[in-house]
Design a protein around this ligand. Structure first.
Ligand code: AHR
Length: 315
């Protein structure tokens, strides 16, 4: 591939003019999922496929993303692809992109805008549906265990505050939880989508609350940390253990935990958005219409269907 960090030199003097120049602004590298998402984009926006990609990793800071977007605009890229860390605060810079005539393709997370014409297309997951799926699968397991009448004490490890993934998963799960009088959400803690913070928050929650029955962990990385905390507290995780753990993403190491029975269900979040991005750019190049939203396909993994997926997972 042909990867260039922004800010190194002026692309215009060096780029083959037949190549389509795409500025890609990624949130960071906070999770295994994120790394897979980045790879999916980098593997398709290659010179062989007719692209010149300028990639920037914002290291979890919105100000870095805004800087990267401005740099793409001043380099007059043909397209901007970006995953916004949080939903708010993009109106001004996206207005600048629009004025420069650069189409913006959002991936993964959404932006909160009053003017929807400030982006061309969004490609990503139905996070709200993922949250609901977590609630529904928990309901299934509790029903199987005949625990519909007893009180179920739940803690939630949330991802980055203000991010679409966090908002959707929280709202979706809460909606299912509200329909069950015996489910009690003790606390929603901010684990920032990282293993270190997931462990730290889980340690605090275990300290603060007795008899936690269920952990809803909004990504696999936080789940790795939470499991360490659970084990260090002398407790067991799993369907038949002290604490039932439900996770999101379904990366290979998450699916491994499902197979081992430590994680009861892993709600898939599909990072393979590169092909969609490339298809959208190709259509735009040919003046074809594109949809405003593209949802990537996703499923739920439990012990029953994990084996096959685990063998095939590449990330
Ligand atoms: O926005 C997608 C979420 O961001 C993934 O669930 C998480 O792992 C990543 O950091």
């Amino acid at each position: 591939g042909c990867v260039k960090e922004y800010g190194s030199e002026d692309t215009e003097n060096t780029v083959d003019e037949n190549l389509i120049v795409v500025g890609v602004s990624q949130v960071g590298s906070e999770s295994v999922w994120r790394t897979a998402n980045t790879a999916s984009i980098q593997n398709i926006l290659t010179k062989e496929n007719g692209y010149f990609m300028i990639f920037n990793n914002a290291r979890q800071k919105q100000e870095n993303q805004i800087k990267a977007l401005r740099s793409f605009i001043s380099q007059r890229v043909d397209y901007i692809v970006f995953s916004p860390i949080t939903e708010d605060g993009w109106e001004t810079v996206l207005q600048e992109a629009k004025e420069a005539g650069i189409p913006v393709i959002l991936i993964d997370r959404k932006v909160n805008l009053s003017d929807q014409s400030l982006y061309t297309t969004w490609i990503g997951s139905d996070f709200y549906k993922e949250g609901r799926m977590a609630g529904n699968i928990l309901d299934e397991y509790l029903t199987k265990q005949h625990r519909q009448e007893v009180s179920i004490r739940i803690v939630v490890l949330q991802g980055t505050e203000g991010a679409t993934a966090t908002i959707g998963r929280t709202n979706g799960f809460n909606e299912v939880a509200e329909a069950h009088e015996n489910w009690l959400i003790l606390e929603q803690a901010d684990g920032e989508f990282t293993t270190a913070k997931g462990q730290e928050e889980m340690e605090m929650l275990l300290h603060r609350y007795k008899d936690i029955d269920v952990v809803i962990s909004q990504n696999d990385d936080m789940t790795f940390g939470a499991l360490t905390a659970i084990q260090n507290a002398g407790l067991t995780a799993g369907e038949d253990g002290d604490i039932m753990v439900i996770s999101f993403d379904a990366v290979k190491s998450g699916l491994q935990l499902v197979d081992e029975g430590l994680v009861t269900a892993d709600i898939e979040c599909n990072p393979n958005q590169g092909e969609y991005v490339e298809t959208v750019i190709r259509k735009l190049e040919n003046n074809e219409a594109v949809a405003k939203l593209y949802f990537v396909p996703e499923t739920v993994f439990t012990k029953e269907n994990v084996k096959d997926a685990l063998e095939k997972r590449t990330y």
